[in-house]
Structures are given as structure tokens and as C-alpha cells.
Write a protein that binds this ligand. Structure first.
Ligand code: CA
Length: 243
């Protein structure tokens, strides 16, 4: 029997304490059941352009193809975003090297599909357990997966911001896609590395363990990242599933 669920959501983005601009972006559209977070790179103006472009293209693609299965909407939407970003770079040398991470979720009924490229993450918090739904496409995480680096050393590695897959950045990348059945009480977090670079999973789980409205949860997470140093732009988007 299908589980009936309702979704409440909120998002907060913050420039952080040291950056001159906020190159993160987010998208939340309840009508489409589409939620996404992106973290632009390539310095101004490219980083801002890349993350905003990814949001716009993904939204327009999903709105125009809502009849397609979620996995196709996301895969083809990601591909479309890459096309547009690479074409913008080809047309404007000032944008050379720009790219973005992209993590997106669609929810249809109680089924969630998550796709990502880069090191922005999705987590599921269910019954006091925080479960990562994404594996960072980063140079240090690839080394961790190969057993060449410990998770603890990876957090301090100077290469930790270096991505092995990005949307744009002159290279073609395919997203990883996963499908999960949602249950009442679940919280889904999409976030940029401005959060996860400063808070470990236990810190994030502690924030989510105290019941609160999604906006209050988002504010609590962002404040925790700022309190931990706020060295990067930080963006969180939280979905709360109720019966
Ligand atoms: Ca970042």
C-alpha cells in the first residue's frame, strides 16, 4: 500500500563570514516536487552564473517534462544544465572554467529520487540516524574510497575542495542517481560544503534531532556552520515528511 505523505520545506543560504559573494543557489518548487542546491565555482562572475544557470535550466526542464519518470527528468535536466553552461563558457571567455555542483531531489508520492554531481550532499535523517545519500565527487573522497586516505585525514586535506566531477568546468559528467521510499518523520537535507566542510555528520545529526519547523532547523544548521568558522557560503534545504 502506498504511504501517504506531505512535505514541508525551507531553505536558508548565507554568504558566510569571509566571502565577498554568495555563489551558492537553491531551488524549491512544491508544485513540481523539485528541490535542488548548487555551489558555483570559477570565481566571479562565473561561479554565480553557473549555479544560477543550473537552477534555472533544471526548473525549466522539469516543468516542461513533468510527464517523464523522475530519473529521466533529473538525468536529462542535469545534461541540459551542462550543455547550457558549457555553451555560455564557449560564448564568453570571461566565464572560462566556471562550473557548479548540483544535488537535486524529486518527490512523487512517497518516492524520492536524488541525483548529484560534485560535493554538495543529500542526507536522510530517519529515526535518529543520519544517512548520507550521496558520495562526494571529490579528489579526496575518491582517495578515501580507494583506501589511500582516512576519512579523518580527508577532512584536513588541502585538496578537499577539488572536484572529480562538476557540472561545466570543461568536462562532461554524469550524475549518480538513487531512489528512496519516504516515511512520515523523515527529514531530507540538501546542502553545500559550506555546511559539511565545518560540521561532521554527528554535528548535523545533533541539529536535526531536536524537533523544530524546517525553517528553524535550517537556521540552526547555518548558525552552527557560522559558529564553526563560516569560511564558505553555506546553503541548506530541508524537507520534512509528515503523514
Ligand atoms: Ca562551497
Amino acid at each position: 500500500m502506498a504511504v501517504k505523505t506531505r512535505i514541508q520545506y525551507a531553505a536558508v543560504t548565507d554568504i558566510g563570514l569571509y566571502r565577498a559573494s554568495n555563489q551558492d543557489a537553491f531551488l524549491a518548487c512544491a508544485d513540481l516536487g523539485l528541490y535542488a542546491v548548487a555551489d558555483g565555482m570559477g570565481g566571479p562572475p562565473g561561479g554565480d552564473v553557473a549555479s544560477q544557470t543550473a537552477m534555472t535550466v533544471l526548473f525549466e526542464w522539469a516543468a516542461a517534462h513533468s510527464e517523464l519518470p523522475s530519473e529521466r527528468v533529473l538525468r536529462e535536466g542535469f545534461n541540459r544544465a551542462q550543455d547550457v553552461i558549457l555553451n555560455e563558457v564557449a560564448a564568453n571567455p570571461l566565464l572560462m572554467g566556471m562550473g557548479t555542483t548540483l544535488v537535486a531531489a524529486t518527490i512523487v508520492g512517497s518516492i524520492m529520487t536524488v541525483a548529484h554531481i560534485g560535493d554538495s550532499r543529500a542526507y536522510l535523517y530517519r529515526q535518529t540516524v543520519l544517512r548520507p545519500l550521496t558520495e562526494d565527487h571529490s579528489v579526496v573522497n575518491e582517495a578515501v574510497r580507494l583506501g589511500l586516505l582516512s576519512r579523518e585525514d580527508a577532512r584536513r586535506d588541502p585538496r578537499r575542495g577539488l572536484l572529480s566531477r562538476a557540472v561545466g568546468c570543461d568536462d562532461w559528467a554524469e550524475p549518480d542517481v538513487a531512489t528512496i521510499g519516504l516515511l512520515p518523520g523523515d527529514q531530507l537535507l540538501l546542502c553545500t560544503d559550506g555546511l559539511t566542510g565545518l560540521l561532521d555528520d554527528a554535528d548535523i545529526a545533533r541539529c536535526l534531532s531536536r524537533p523544530a519547523a524546517p525553517l528553524d532547523q535550517c537556521r540552526r544548521l547555518v548558525q552552527a556552520a557560522l559558529d564553526a568558522g563560516g569560511i564558505d557560503n553555506v546553503t541548506v534545504l530541508l524537507l520534512s515528511v509528515t503523514a
